[in-house]
Design a protein around this ligand. Structure first.
Ligand code: HEM
Length: 220
């Protein structure tokens, strides 16, 4: 696997803006339908009368980060991105849940094989890319904090997406590894597996009784 060999000695030469843009477009095109479906399922979150949908959003993210992050920590991504472990956000998500007295969802398993670097980058793309949406959601949710219904809302996870910019360096390193169509296909397949976990967890979040504060039904 030539890509894996080159990634064991990641290049320090910067990838061109065109490389990054092409890779991002490829990942987005390959997984965008699933992202779109996720967006729809959380529609209205920052415009709703209560934080019920936000509670579910944090719970779904917590369950999925708790499933995916340890798998990626054991992958070769850590050899390539030396600060990978410091990017973990499960603990922040857990604190958000605790602050809002929302029970975590049942533990999920992410059993996609990410032993190959393309797969690890693909799954990592979903977690790292979600920071972009989180920045937007943070701006929107922050405005609601002045309202009594949103008084107890905790935004630690969303706030962590603002700084520093992890996504671009992630993409830059990925561009050194994902140099062939085949490796990009593998990355897209892994990204889709990660998105599928989010979609399935979101589905489960709607049927878990008692996990959310009483007003949750208004958000569905
Ligand atoms: C719940 C789990 C979610 C995951 C895993 C996720 C994942 C991602 C990923 C991978 C990207 C990067 C796409 C790219 O390459 O440009 C992204 C971007 C984005 N997401 Fe999400 N997303 C989630 C939820 C949401 C929700 C609920 C919204 C609601 C509006 C949202 C809004 C956005 C936006 C606006 C961007 C683009 C930001 C930009 O390009 O500057 N996401 N997300």
């Amino acid at each position: 696997m030539i890509n894996d060999i080159s990634a064991a000695h990641p290049s320090t030469a910067p990838a061109s803006a065109a490389d990054l843009s092409a890779l991002r477009l490829r990942m987005r095109a390959g997984s965008g339908d699933r992202h779109q479906r996720l967006d729809v399922r959380f529609e209205g979150m920052h415009g709703a009368e209560t934080p019920a949908v936000y509670h579910r959003f944090v719970a779904v993210n917590e369950a999925c980060h708790a499933a995916i992050e340890p798998v990626l920590e054991r992958s070769r991504l850590c050899d390539v991105l030396l600060d990978w472990q410091s990017r973990n956000r499960t603990a922040l998500l857990r604190r958000d849940l605790d602050e809002m007295a929302v029970a975590p969802l049942p533990r999920m398993a992410f059993d996609y094989d990410v032993a190959g670097l393309p797969e690890a980058f693909g799954a990592g793309y979903v977690l790292e890319g979600s920071r972009l949406g989180a920045r937007y959601l943070h701006r929107m949710m922050r405005k609601r904090l002045v309202e009594p219904a949103f008084a107890g809302v905790s935004l630690l996870y969303l706030a962590s997406a603002d700084e520093p910019d992890h996504f671009r360096p992630f993409l830059a390193q990925a561009a050194h590894v994902l140099t062939t169509e085949a490796s990009r296909d593998r990355a897209v397949a892994a990204a889709n597996a990660a998105f599928d976990l989010f979609l399935e967890t979101e589905r489960i979040s709607r049927s878990v009784g008692g996990a959310f504060p009483a007003d949750v039904s208004q958000g569905f």
